[in-house]
Design a protein around this ligand. Structure first.
Ligand code: PNS
Length: 177
């Protein structure tokens, strides 16, 4: 993935959070991390553990994939949490939350989440970054579905994640089908 460098150093946000399930992280997420990393001093990619969902990959596996896929960026930190995002933000000196906006269908969900987070953490703002058109309809669930049917994942995830998905989709089908 090409990395655009910027000389802009002034007026950057100090520390922002890009949280999500990242099960697995996609090229759309990675494009967003690359771009958001230029807007802040530190971007924390927070893997959120949702105990009500059966994940494809463990939190540890997801964090390792993100670590490898963002190794070229020196201002990315990887972490995980469960519970409220507002609590994590308050405990970790986060200035803003970054979210990607794809099609208009994302808007309802995103505004609800952003406004709920502001009620819980009144100083917290959400910064929306529009997804690159290439990834406008890409999601982790689409990736998992394509993987389950052994489809070509090369435009959706980095090659090493495609390989992990091939192994995991076979195991997942056996465990949960
Ligand atoms: O990648 P996702 O699944 O769209 O990410 C959604 C996520 C994990 C960021 C969101 O569900 C979240 O913040 N969960 C933590 C629980 C929480 O704070 N809920 C209240 C805000 S709606």
């Amino acid at each position: 993935m090409a990395i655009r460098k910027t000389k802009r150093t002034k007026n950057k946000m100090k520390k922002v959070l890009f949280a999500g399930s990242f099960d697995p992280i996609t090229c759309g997420h990675l494009d967003l991390i690359n771009r958001a990393s230029l807007l802040c001093e530190t971007i924390v990619v927070g893997v959120v553990e949702n105990k009500s969902k059966v994940p494809y990959f463990t939190v540890e596996e997801r964090m390792n994939m993100i670590r490898e896929a963002t190794a070229h960026l020196d201002n990315v930190e990887i972490d995980c949490f469960s519970g409220l995002l507002a609590d994590y933000v308050n405990a970790n000196g986060i200035q803003a939350v970054v979210r990607g906006l794809r099609a208009t269908t994302d808007f309802e969900y995103e505004i609800q989440m952003s406004q709920t987070n502001r009620l819980l953490a009144p100083d917290l703002d959400t910064v929306f970054v529009t997804t690159d058109m290439k990834y406008g309809y890409l999601s982790s669930s689409t990736v998992r579905e394509v993987a389950a049917f052994h489809g070509d994942l090369s435009s959706f995830v980095p090659p090493f994640i495609a390989e992990e998905l091939c192994h995991e989709s076979a195991a997942f089908v056996c465990k949960y089908a």
